[in-house]
Write a protein that binds this ligand. Structure first.
Ligand code: 5GP
Ligand code: MG
Ligand code: MG
Length: 182
């Protein structure tokens, strides 16, 4: 098939087109706007993967809203704390705010599950999660997702912000890994 693309050593096939993605994000933006009208929500976008999703969602919102961008760094803590995730760049006070986290993809749920308590500690008025992609079959740590654009099978995807070893983020649509021999 000619519409395959190669990223590093692997081949990917078209999965979600630019139109399908944009349509869905407009729909989710519409829901969020209705839910947060006059609340001036604060979006916290988790880099790097969510940069395209965040930019598109944010520009489709017709309400007053703020956005900040953070990175999550993961390191080995003490014996009792295990693996620790910290937020880099969260310089906005979220106490008493209506917060919506923007993530590219929830796979096992581990990253978000480790990070949420840190935000909850700061006592936001409300805390919700909006994701571009969710892989329900891959769940290890169940997460309550408030706004989900697409639930997808447990297959590796790239494009629209998501990378395979640093490449593929610039693709305007989403591709999924082609099965060997398929
Ligand atoms: P979790 O902690 O939920 O298992 O994984 C979250 C992170 O794993 C995502 O933010 C993303 O960086 C990476 N990830 C999980 N599944 C995929 C995938 O299918 N494609 C890409 N490019 N990254 C993924
Ligand atoms: Mg992510
Ligand atoms: Mg990645």
């Amino acid at each position: 098939m000619s519409n395959l693309i190669q990223v590093h050593d692997k081949f990917f096939e078209p999965y979600l087109t630019e139109n399908v993605i944009q349509e869905k994000i407009r729909e989710i933006a519409c829901q969020i706007s209705a839910d947060y009208k006059d609340k001036r929500p604060l979006f916290i976008a988790i880099l790097n993967g969510s940069f395209m999703f965040s930019a598109d969602l944010f520009k489709y919102l017709p309400i007053d809203a703020e956005i900040c961008f953070i990175k999550l760094a993961s390191y080995k803590g003490t014996k009792s704390t295990g693996h620790v995730i910290t937020a880099i760049g969260l310089d906005t006070d979220i106490t008493g705010r209506d917060v919506i986290i923007l993530e590219d993809i929830i796979d096992t749920g581990k990253t978000i599950t480790q990070f949420l308590p840190q935000l909850q500690n700061q006592q936001p008025k409300s805390l919700k999660i909006a994701v571009l992609l969710h892989k329900p079959e891959a769940t290890v740590f169940p997460v309550d997702i408030d706004y989900c654009c697409f639930s997808i099978p447990d297959k590796f995807v790239v494009g629209y912000g998501l990378d395979y070893d640093g490449l593929g983020r610039n693709l305007p649509q989403i591709y999924r890994l082609k099965e060997e021999g398929a």
